[in-house]
Each structure stands twice: as C-alpha cells, then as structure tokens.
Write a protein that binds this ligand. Sequence first.
Ligand SMILES: Cc1cc2nc3c(=O)[nH]c(=O)nc-3n(C[C@H](O)[C@H](O)[C@H](O)COP(=O)(O)O)c2cc1C
Length: 165
Amino acid sequence: MKVGLFYYSKTGNTKKIASMIEQKIKANKINIDLIEIQPIKHPGFIKGAYTAYREKDLPIKNQDLDVKQYDLLILGSPVWAGKPVPFIHTFLHKSINTIGKKVAFFFTSGGELEKTRLVQDILKKWSKEKDFQMKKNMLIIQMKKGDIVSGEKRINGFIMDLFTK
Ligand SMILES: Cc1cc2nc3c(=O)[nH]c(=O)nc-3n(C[C@H](O)[C@H](O)[C@H](O)COP(=O)(O)O)c2cc1C
C-alpha cells in the first residue's frame, strides 16, 4: 500500500495539517510520499477567490505526474471562496490520470465549517467528470495563523477511515 499526499498551501496552514497527516500515517508503517502542488505563481486574494469560485485552472509546476504507484491519493487544499483552490482543479483535470483512483480530501479554512456541504458537492461533481472514486469522509480544519481552531479531534478518524472503508 502506497499513499501519495499532495497539497497546496499559500500561507502554511494546509502544509501543517498535511505534515501531521503524513506523520500519523507513517506511524502506522504505511508508505507515504508528501508532495507540494507548486503554483507557477500564487495569486492575490481577488484572483484566487474568483478562479476558485468559478472552478477554473491556474497553472502548476507539477505537470504530467505519474500517480500509478499510489493506491490512494490524499489531496489537501485551503478553502477559497467556499471551494477547493484552482490548483487542485488543475491537478485533477490536467496533471494526472484520475481514472479509477481512490481520492480523499482534506481542507483548511479560516471560517466556520458550514461550507463542508458545498465543497463536498463540488468534489462529487469533479469525481464524476474525472472518473475517480472519492472517499466519503472529508476533513475540514478551521485554522488561524498556523494554529488549529477546530477539527483536530477529527484527524485520527479521517485517517482510520482511509484504511478501513
Ligand atoms: C483567496 C482566499 C479565499 C478564501 N476564502 C475562504 C472562504 O471562503 N472560507 C473560509 O473559511 N476561508 C477562506 N479563506 C481562508 C483560508 O481558507 C485559510 O486561511 C486556509 O487555512 C489557508 O490555507 P494555507 O495557509 O494553507 O494557504 C480564504 C483565503 C484566501 C487567500
């Protein structure tokens, strides 16, 4: 079993949670690669929010990745305008072959977690467009300047579900 954890992070929150998840998975002796999705350029707030909201692509350096070696992909993203960042859209729609892949998602957000439903609906739509199997259990962690505000207790359950369902 090999896991590929890919994440985008502009200000470090998602990177922090990605590392926590990586460490916890490693502690269970499961092979995992942690890979940052790198933008050609980080957008400013308005462009970022607009492209995320419209579900558009923004270019990334990680092009044409071979993810065949991974039995499970975990994708981490900040919530931008209630949606995944455009780089996650690019990653799934342009960068990898998603067909039949098992994909789990986690998010960090600045606000309260009521956006979960919206994000989940979008991912369900993308999973149909790109033919990947989305893991039902999704994690959203609310954060402020690198500190977890809420959701920390759900991390272990999220990880356990990845390997038991
Ligand atoms: C362009 C932009 C849009 C955002 N939109 C939302 C939002 O709709 N809801 C929310 O809760 N937080 C929003 N945030 C806050 C981020 O989701 C939050 O700070 C996140 O943890 C940042 O992750 P990072 O440090 O890995 O970049 C937004 C931040 C940016 C930069």
